[in-house]
Design a binder for this molecule. Structure first.
Ligand code: CMX
Length: 428
């Protein structure tokens, strides 16, 4: 496998570089932390290493130095290669990776049984997270660790597990969709197709001109990674730092993704738009949308899809999705509301002065586009986010094993400690 060969060449260089940095700059102060940051979810604390991507306050997602808007015509497989190695694959490398994914695509039979045995009203994210966790049984990383493989050799089995998970998760997600929403029997993999086209075929969405597949490729690229501090990635990395394997770690990350302030916001956002239209009773005017949002804010509700913990500009991922929708189906009534909200909500949030970022994030547009193609079951949306985010999570886990990063274990402090510390610093 060409990717494995590349990693074999890369890993010694990465370790050498990390060693040099630590020897030369180990004592350099990289930041400090205030009491407000301790109470405030550690916002803005520079405490994690992540080379796959970064999120600038005013640039949004940049993958390995390339702004996300320059990557929108790539295949998700290319993005995985880029996240992991820092380079887009050559044609040969891409084909090799795609073949490798096909070779690994068979889902263990018991996964279907586990999904089938859960109650029909189980949330799709529970089905996905459970399916990922039960595949722990397949972990090569865990087996190698038990056999005594030294920690400087754990990167390869981590990559193997990662590729297996990436290869299998589309079939699992597609089955969850078909089972949960009574869409008929499971559709088998098609090994002649790329990762996304195979996924959309297994979902069974009608796609005569391939534009749904085109949207899904874009969607998978846009959601693949968002540096190291977001809930799902941070949770995933923390779990894996105890040397638990990909299945435990990604399962934990997905549970974090399932929260409404994170990945579930895409479902909440479409639900909000549909409810807004229902409550107003017709295609709303700007004035009606404005009043509706004012009312929500007065009732201490958040406007889903707006705001971000890091970003301070319109999320370029939102821009990419909105451009797609406005290009291919500008008259879609739900997309029109997305456009209207974009004109109205930022000013309202700025007037209130509470949200640090009044601009839309990726979730403000994604649901409307999926809805257009008949994928209206919004409970499923976070599963789509998860399928994509597995690319970034596994790339980051593999790189952490490449660098042999230690257990993540920050120190916590008590309220008494904070008070004492504050008193001491006031005296100075
Ligand atoms: N609507 C109303 N109020 C908002 C708001 C919004 N869209 N965004 C922020 N605020 C409020 C917060 O609730 C907070 O109020 P309190 O002080 O009363 O708690 C205040 O503004 C300050 O929040 P912040 O520092 O600007 O935002 P955080 O970093 O705490 O949270 C986020 C970021 C995304 C969770 C928040 O903006 C939000 O809840 N947005 C709506 C949900 C959403 O779109 N989530 C998707 C995020 C993308 C992802 O990770 O997938």
């Amino acid at each position: 496998m060409l990717l494995l060969e590349k990693m074999r060449k890369m890993v010694p260089q990465l370790r050498k570089e990390a060693k040099e940095i630590l020897t030369k700059y180990g004592d350099t102060v990289a930041g400090e932390i205030t009491v407000e940051q301790i109470y405030g979810g550690m916002r803005g604390v520079n405490a994690l290493l992540c080379d796959t991507s970064e999120v600038g306050l005013d640039t949004g997602l940049v993958i390995r130095g390339i702004p996300i808007l320059e990557l929108t015509n790539k295949y998700p497989e290319e993005i995985f290669h880029l996240l992991l190695t820092g380079e887009l694959p050559t044609k040969e490398e891409l084909e090799d990776l795609q073949n490798e994914l096909h070779r690994r695509a068979e889902v263990p039979f018991y996964v279907w049984h586990v999904i089938n045995s859960l109650p029909t009203d189980t949330h799709p994210m529970v089905l996905l997270s459970t399916a990922v966790l039960v595949m722990e049984n397949e972990s090569l990383f865990r087996r190698r660790y038990e056999e005594g493989l030294p920690k400087d050799e754990l990167c390869e089995p981590m990559l193997e597990d990662s590729l297996n998970l990436i290869a299998r998760i589309p079939a699992i997600a597609a089955y969850i969709y078909r089972k949960k929403f009574n869409k008929g029997p499971r559709i088998k993999e098609d090994t002649t197709l790329d990762w996304t086209a195979n996924f959309t075929k297994m979902l069974g969405i009608n796609d005569p001109d391939g534009s749904f597949t085109q949207l899904m490729r874009l969607y998978m690229v846009l959601h693949s990674d968002h540096e190291g501090g977001n809930v799902s990635t941070f949770a995933c990395q923390t779990i894996s730092s105890s040397l638990s394997d990909v299945y435990f770690a990604v399962g934990g990350g997905l549970n974090g993704l399932a929260g409404p302030l994170h990945g579930l916001a895409n479902q909440e956002c479409l639900r909000f738009i549909i409810k807004l239209r229902e409550d107003i009773g017709h295609q709303p005017t700007d004035a009606e949308i404005k009043n509706y949002c004012i009312n929500l804010l007065d009732n201490k509700q958040v406007i889903s899809g707006y705001g971000h913990a890091v970003l301070r500009v319109t999320d370029p991922r939102f821009t990419a999705l909105l451009n797609f929708g406005n290009k291919f189906f500008p008259h879609d009534p739900i997309l029109q509301i997305v456009n209207q909200l974009y004109k109205i909500v930022p000013d309202l949030l700025i007037e209130r002065g509470k949200a640090k970022n009044p601009w839309p994030n990726v979730d403000a547009a994604s649901g409307a586009l999926l809805h257009h193609f008949g994928l209206t079951e919004y409970e499923f949306y976070t599963v789509l986010f998860a399928v994509s985010r597995v690319l970034g999570l596994t790339a980051q886990l593999t790189l952490s094993r490449a660098l042999m990063l230690p257990l993540i274990r920050p120190k916590s402090v008590t309220t008494e400690w904070i008070k004492k510390k504050a008193e001491e610093s006031e005296k100075k």
